[in-house]
Write a protein that binds this ligand. Sequence first.
Ligand SMILES: [Zn+2]
Length: 81
Amino acid sequence: MTRSHTCYVCKKEFFNAVYWYDSLHDTKHEKRIIRPFCGPACANRYREISDENDYPQRKPLPHGDEWRIIQDIDHIEYETD
Ligand SMILES: [Zn+2]
């Protein structure tokens, strides 16, 4: 089963996510958040409109089930906002 995603930027529903934001890498979010983008345009737009880059990187990366490395969001449940 392949799930659909809702683009965080343009709110379009789509399949086969290639781009997403993952809170694994920055300290802004206490928990794991995934924000899918429908394509490179929205992924680039997100970099312009978000302040994520203003937060320090998480070092070392947290451990545990919630923080496992995600390589594919098409076949998992994830929390978004
Ligand atoms: Zn989009």
